[in-house]
Design a protein around this ligand. Structure first.
Ligand code: DX5
Ligand code: ZN
Length: 225
């Protein structure tokens, strides 16, 4: 199966978070929303950076033959550089690391050298000034709209100030960088985040906890694009 590319930078994309999918039948859950989604958001938690543990490279590898989607791996990890190669080998297309752990330039370079699409994430209480110096080194800026660790949390609207600042700076410098928002994205908040300047939307609960996930994804797409 030929893997689908990331697509045009800045274009609308909906990325279901498999965190809220049925882990006993991940391939089927992901396939069920294929027609109305663009990327697959893979939430990796190490029990250190966040107080929760989820999945690692073996699950990415197991899922890879079942989907042509761009695998957008969100590494909520204290030491992602130890695992980037394993994720790349397993079939990750993009890996996003958190700015809060430091060593940012070095870690981004490791990801770049592996041929990954490179993302940098910031928690809701991390200032834009912390990520701004790296905008020229990344393909994606992930601005968390909840504190990472769990699905199903409430969207933090205050983050929109940061989204607006990021969009202004990225456009002013004409940088090829996507702005992704993650956490509490639903039919109401997706439009708010879109208006603020985000273009990639992660949604877990709003898609996989719906009675009809495909219809929910379709409604999100309409509300956000
Ligand atoms: C939170 C994760 C998110 C989360 C989003 O730590 O990074 O991707 O699964 O889930 P919802 O859409 O349910 O807030
Ligand atoms: Zn995530």
């Amino acid at each position: 199966m030929t893997r689908v590319s990331a697509g045009e930078t800045g274009a609308f994309r909906l990325a279901p978070s498999m965190l809220s999918a049925d882990f006993s039948s991940l391939a089927e859950s992901v396939a069920a929303v294929d027609a109305e989604t663009d990327w697959l958001h893979v939430d990796v938690m190490d029990g250190h950076f966040v107080p929760n543990v989820t999945i690692g490279p073996p699950v990415v590898k197991a899922l890879r033959p079942h989907s042509t989607k761009f695998f957008d791996c969100h590494l909520m990890m204290t030491e992602p550089e130890r695992y980037l190669e394993a994720f790349a080998t397993a079939g990750a297309d993009g890996c996003t690391v958190h700015v809060e752990i430091g060593r940012t330039s070095q870690i981004l370079q490791v990801a770049r050298d592996l041929g990954l699409r490179v993302g940098l994430a910031a928690n809701p209480d991390t200032d834009f000034s912390t990520v701004a110096p790296f905008l020229g080194d990344i393909d994606l800026l992930l601005l968390m709209t909840v504190f990472p660790g769990f699905g199903g949390q409430k969207f933090i609207g205050d983050v929109m100030t940061k989204v607006t600042a990021a969009r202004r700076e990225i456009d002013a410098q004409q940088l090829p960088v996507d702005i992704e928002v993650d956490g509490g994205i639903d039919e109401n908040t997706i439009g708010i985040a879109r208006a603020a300047g985000a273009n990639v939307f992660v949604a877990g609960n709003a898609i996989f906890s719906a009675i009809d996930p495909l219809a929910a994804a379709s409604r999100l797409r309409s509300a956000g694009s």
